[in-house]
Design a protein around this ligand. Structure first.
Ligand code: ADP
Length: 395
């Protein structure tokens, strides 16, 4: 069965076609800068990479061009739109309603729209992707895979905030969690690597957005992002945890509104606010050349991660494995080393040689005396969406 996976953002759309259940990726593509004059589509199949530059004013036009590439006789992967039997969509927010992956119908679309206020940047773009795919692949089943679903197993004591009860209830204010598709994918691989019935795992998704999840016996128990994607770890441009008393203080000092403060916390803080840079490679390079701001920002970053590891180890009363994943987690030996330094009390000990090797597939980088296994596991959210879509269609 050929499954098309779509991750539709506000100005970009990523797609991949998989053959399932073989889990073989047939091609991938990215349509970027939708709505701008400089938009383009990048299409990849095995070693072939094609770049098509054209003004793409809408998601519909972008996906229409993508379908032309998919059906191309020379480098395409399907002969007609009917070859795609299932389209799996990434949907960021599933609110309280979606515990699992679902087939999309009018009610599901209505509910995704109802959740716009909780994910104003993501859910509208996700819904656009669904509507465009329905037009272009009318024979296919459309499936929604929610980033929040994996975290629906968190207990009340973990997901509730200590706000007035009626306020939380009325507006469904709680920790919903994000990056669930990634945490699920890597933690399932880690469970197989541990080969143990009961498992206590901490998964560190360190990309532009960063989050930690405590996962006990395969279920999310606690998670560092929350109602929105801004709490917890220090991220590329987001502050992570911050004392909320700072918000009214800044508002009064600068005479700015709550929307402007939110913009600062989401887009101008984190590593960018501390160093003027967002790319972790540039920050590590600058720190190694003696840049004091970058050195401090990196130690703040690692320290915050260590605090979460301590907290979640306490929450689970133990730890079997730590997982590093996503752009930074998979590629930065420097960050992995900083995080695992001075963690011997918790039984975390890294093997520097293994850590410094280039990592392309799941690997254990702990040393021979480490009580906790330290895994680096490349994430693959699209494959997880394809797997869940396939399971929903066949079960
Ligand atoms: P997104 O959350 O957008 O999916 P990614 O998972 O692709 O992000 O991660 C992007 C981050 O990964 C960037 O901060 C980038 O600097 C970092 N990164 C990528 N490669 C490396 C590397 N070799 N060393 C350190 N950081 C890296």
């Amino acid at each position: 069965m050929k499954i098309l996976v779509i991750n539709s953002g506000s100005s970009s759309l990523k797609f991949k076609v998989y053959n399932m259940p073989e889990e073989k990726m047939l091609c991938s593509g990215l349509i970027e800068r939708i709505g701008e004059k400089t938009s383009r589509l990048i299409y990849k199949k095995e070693d072939l990479e094609l770049i098509h530059e054209e003004s793409i004013e809408s998601h519909e036009k972008g996906l229409t061009i993508a379908v032309r590439f998919l059906m191309n006789k020379e480098y395409g992967v399907i002969s007609s739109a009917k070859d795609i039997m299932t389209v799996g969509h990434r949907v960021v927010h599933g609110g309280r309603d979606f515990f699992d992956t679902v087939e999309i119908d009018e009610k599901v679309k209505f509910d995704i729209e109802r959740l716009f206020s909780l994910a104003p940047l993501h859910n509208p773009a996700n819904l656009t992707g669904i509507e465009v795919a329905e037009q272009l692949f009318p024979h296919a089943k459309q499936i929604a895979v929610f980033d929040t679903s994996f975290h629906q197993t968190m207990p009340e004591k973990a997901y509730l905030y200590a706000l007035p009860k009626d306020m939380s209830e009325k507006y469904a204010i709680r920790n919903y969690g994000f990056h669930g598709t990634s945490h699920k994918y890597v933690s399932e691989i880690a469970q197989k690597m541990l080969n143990k019935k009961d498992s206590k795992i901490i998964s560190l998704h360190l990309g532009n957005g960063c989050s930690v999840t405590a996962i006990e016996n395969g279920k999310s128990l606690d998670h560092s992002l929350g109602f929105g994607p801004a709490t917890g770890l220090i991220m590329g441009t987001r502050s992570g945890d911050i004392d909320h008393s700072i918000l009214p203080f800044i508002s009064k000092q600068y005479g700015i509104s709550i929307d402007e403060i939110e913009d600062i916390l989401n887009k101008k803080s984190g590593m960018l606010g501390l160093t003027g840079k967002t790319d972790m490679r540039d920050i590590v390079d600058a720190a190694e050349q003696g840049n004091k701001d970058c050195q401090l920002a990196l130690s703040m970053n690692a320290y915050r991660i260590q605090k979460y590891i301590g907290a979640y180890t306490a929450a689970m009363n133990g730890l079997d494995a730590l997982i590093f994943t996503a752009g930074i987690g998979e590629n930065s030996a420097y960050i992995r080393n900083e995080v695992c330094k001075n963690m011997t009390y918790l039984g975390i000990e890294i093997d520097e040689f293994k850590n410094n090797r280039k990592i392309v597939s799941p690997v254990d980088i702990s040393n021979s005396v480490s009580k906790v296994r330290i895994f680096v596991i490349p994430t693959n959210e699209e494959l997880e969406i394809a797997k869940q879509s396939y399971n929903t269609m066949t079960n």
